[in-house]
Design a protein around this ligand. Structure first.
Ligand SMILES: C[C@@]1(CC(=O)O)c2cc3[nH]c(cc4nc(cc5[nH]c(cc(n2)[C@H]1CCC(=O)O)[C@@](C)(CC(=O)O)[C@@H]5CCC(=O)O)C(CC(=O)O)=C4CCC(=O)O)c(CCC(=O)O)c3CC(=O)O
Ligand SMILES: NC(=O)C1=CN([C@@H]2O[C@H](COP(=O)(O)OP(=O)(O)OC[C@H]3O[C@@H](n4cnc5c(N)ncnc54)[C@H](O)[C@@H]3O)[C@@H](O)[C@H]2O)C=CC1
Length: 216
């Protein structure tokens, strides 16, 4: 889902709310927090105007303009009220303490530029989702963001050349070998250049142009 520039309302200001806010900001969403009290982390974000903070108890108009709603208070009556109001307004809601009431659940996420890895357990064990996320962070370092930029630039060019999708698929099977990750990691650009040139039959200048964009 693309929430870039769209308003997400988080009701509650504890550590759970803070984590949901972090996820929304990482996805470039806009945040409104509604809570009489918030964590120091959320207070700092509000001071810097990174988020809007309505320092009050929740009421229905707080949801105005929202795309998504997160109910993250420690009060079940408030949770139910937020849930009911969101449903009435046709908004999608995440209810932190009631998985079965969620229209959507929040996965554990690793971001590497354009590449996003999400881990979900359908609510069975968020702790397992977090554990797998930590392992993925180790396995898939920043180099995968670089790889994604490179492959994206090559792909745009191949599509502009009018190559058919079957051919594009086969070319990427060859380009995305295990070695390329290591070459990028070690900044062995000559090897990357040679590899891409051989597979695509592009001129050295054309490949260099793409690599320069990746390096910059
Ligand atoms: C259904 C869901 C709804 C939603 O919130 O979207 C939900 C519900 C609940 N979580 C609870 C507990 C914990 N949640 C975490 C952590 C995370 N919880 C997240 C998502 C989700 N949690 C959705 C399902 C996702 C899925 O499994 O697919 C993550 C992945 C994403 C995020 O929140 O950003 C984030 C890890 C992020 C990361 O580290 O990368 C920890 C661990 C910790 O805090 O370190 C604990 C304690 C250990 C444990 O219980 O496992 C409780 C009991 C509350 C209580 O006991 O009061 C409920 C309610 C219930 O189950 O009834
Ligand atoms: N989904 C998840 O990932 C997890 C969910 N939970 C659940 O999430 C909920 C919140 O957990 P914490 O952040 O640790 O709680 P917390 O007790 O630290 O924070 C609760 C927040 O709710 C706010 N609040 C209370 N009444 C309010 C009202 N009328 N209007 C607006 N805000 C109000 C308080 O000001 C406070 O900021 C709990 O119900 C907990 O069971 C807990 C762990 C993980």
């Amino acid at each position: 889902m693309n929430i870039s520039g769209r308003l997400c309302v988080v009701v509650g200001g504890g550590l759970v709310a803070e984590r949901k806010v972090g996820g929304i900001l990482n996805a470039d969403g806009l945040v409104r927090v509604v809570s009489p009290v918030v964590t120091p982390g959320l207070a700092t974000l509000a001071e810097h105007h990174t988020i809007e903070w309505l320092q009050k108890d929740y009421s229905q108009p707080d949801l105005d303009g929202a795309l998504l709603v997160f109910a993250a208070t420690n009060n079940s009556h408030v949770q139910q009220a937020v849930c009911r109001d969101a449903r009435m307004a046709g908004l999608l809601i995440n209810v932190a303490d009631t998985p079965e009431a969620c229209d959507f659940q929040v996965p554990a996420v690793v971001r590497r530029g354009e590449l996003t890895l999400g881990v979900a357990t359908n609510g069975a064990s968020p702790a397992v989702a977090a554990m797998v996320r930590r392992r993925l962070e180790q396995e898939f370092g920043e180099v995968y963001g670089v790889l994604t930029v490179l492959a994206g630039l090559i792909r745009v060019q191949l599509l502009a050349e009018g190559r058919e999708s079957g051919e594009v698929k086969l070319l990427f099977e060859k380009i995305l070998c295990d070695d390329i990750v290591q070459w990028l990691q070690q900044q062995r650009w000559d090897e990357v250049q040679q590899h891409v040139e051989t597979i695509l039959g592009w001129s050295p200048g054309m490949v260099r142009e793409v690599l320069n964009k990746v390096i910059s």
